[in-house]
Design a protein around this ligand. Structure first.
Ligand SMILES: [Zn+2]
Length: 130
């Protein structure tokens, strides 16, 4: 049995992020330990809830994708802060966002170098091409 630092002996059920009754993810105990982030448990759950809301709204036809993309990026930075990581856009896996048409395999291979490829055909990122 692995001993976790979890100071409050929080049951695993408390690590579940629910989205309208659906269990969508489980926070990583090992990472909570490693980052000593137990004090931010509720914040982390709230931020992941927000991430899921953004990612599920994105594919809707009438969604304001530019606004959602800004919210998604801000949410990624907030998650990095809550986990105790430095804010660093290199670790934002934007190609995993629903509606993103940028090359997934190339970007998975390049992760986390920051040298990512954006596609002129991507409705989310084509405006960011220089
Ligand atoms: Zn894209």
């Amino acid at each position: 049995m692995t001993e976790y630092k979890d100071p409050l002996h929080i049951p695993s059920s408390e690590l579940v992020v629910e989205y309208y009754g659906e269990e969508v993810m489980l926070l990583n105990k090992r990472l909570l330990d490693q980052q000593n982030a137990w004090g931010n448990l509720q914040l982390l759950k709230d931020l992941h809830w927000e991430r899921i809301r953004i990612e599920r709204t994105m594919p809707k036809l009438d969604a304001n994708k530019t606004l959602l993309l800004e919210q998604w990026t801000e949410n990624q930075f907030a998650l990095q802060r809550a986990w105790g990581f430095p804010e660093d856009a290199k670790f934002h896996r934007f190609w995993d966002i629903p509606s993103c048409g940028c090359p997934k395999m190339d970007n998975n291979d390049a992760y986390p170098t920051g040298y990512y490829t954006k596609s002129a055909a991507c409705i989310l990122h084509r405006h960011q091409l220089k």
